[in-house]
Design a binder for this molecule. Structure first.
Ligand SMILES: [Zn+2]
Length: 276
């Protein structure tokens, strides 16, 4: 619907555009305007901040969308503030969050590919306007990289396996997740990650859905699966606590807007529907 991606602004693009302005991992939002968090202006120059880079992302509701990186020292103009991208989750609507996530990933990719990874020569924009950095010496092209990650809700009857990872900054429990390694299928990752992190085996993996997750550039592939065998044995460097929880007696879980939340809610709804 509403968003059409493109890597080059069309000639004669006029009117007000949406500006997704990042200072590191923080995004510029308009103070006190619920529902319309991002600046809508003819040009980001009006914000009065130095620009490190600018990328065109496409059209949203007929308007151009630009991602802009500004230096750490930039001060937001009156009426705006920088806010952590994570805080938008569950506050902005899903489409706004995904646009912001897209902008952040494109800017980070651009920042991290100034030089060729093979020969060290400064890279250039792709001559035909693809979203790629090209090495003028050895012709190596670098495209924004996505890291596939599986996330799995392991269930056992009316119970779901949830874990508190060591890296969580708040006291919540989530579904298990891990990166797909080179050469692995998503299903192989599922079995391996669950075995490594909590020591059990699973069966009947079923694909649920996916979500782009811009921290920093993951594609989360969500699955349901069923407990098969084994006792919980935690990988302590990764998992602080884990257990099977009844659907009507869950600990704090990740916020709405995350695929972990959607997976858990899907399980709860199915339990309720069958009157468990
Ligand atoms: Zn090169």
């Amino acid at each position: 619907m509403r968003f059409e991606p493109a890597s080059q602004a069309p000639a004669g693009l006029a009117g007000e555009h949406l500006w997704l302005v990042f200072q590191g991992g923080r995004i510029l939002v308009v103070d006190d305007v619920p529902g319309e968090p991002f600046p809508l202006l003819r040009d980001a120059a009006w914000l009065g901040m130095e620009e490190l880079s600018r990328e065109y992302l496409g059209r949203f509701d007929g308007r151009g969308v630009f991602a802009v990186a500004v230096p750490e020292s930039a001060q937001p103009p009156a009426g705006y503030r920088f806010d952590d991208l994570r805080r938008l989750l569950g506050q902005a609507d899903d489409l706004q969050f995904s646009l912001a996530g897209r902008a952040f990933q494109v800017l980070e990719w651009e920042r991290n590919h100034r030089f060729c990874g093979r020969c060290g020569t400064p890279t250039q924009a792709h001559p035909q306007g693809e979203r790629a950095r090209v090495c003028p010496e050895c012709r190596l092209s670098s495209y924004p990289r996505i890291n596939p990650c599986v996330i799995v809700a392991v269930t056992r009857g009316d119970e779901i396996l949830l874990a508190r990872a060591q890296r969580f900054t708040r006291p919540m429990f989530s579904t298990l997740a891990g990166f797909v390694e080179a050469g692995e299928s998503a299903e192989e990752t599922l079995h391996r990650e669950v075995q490594e992190e909590v020591g059990i085996t699973i069966t009947r993996p079923r694909y649920f859905g996916s979500q782009s997750w811009p921290f920093p550039n993951n594609l989360m592939l969500g699955f349901h699966a069923e407990y098969a065998a084994g006792e919980l044995r935690l990988q302590e460097e990764e998992i602080a606590e884990a257990g099977f929880f009844r659907f009507d007696d869950l600990p704090p879980i990740p916020p709405a807007g995350s695929i972990a939340h959607a997976l858990i809610q899907d399980f709860v709804s199915r339990c309720r529907a069958r009157g468990a």
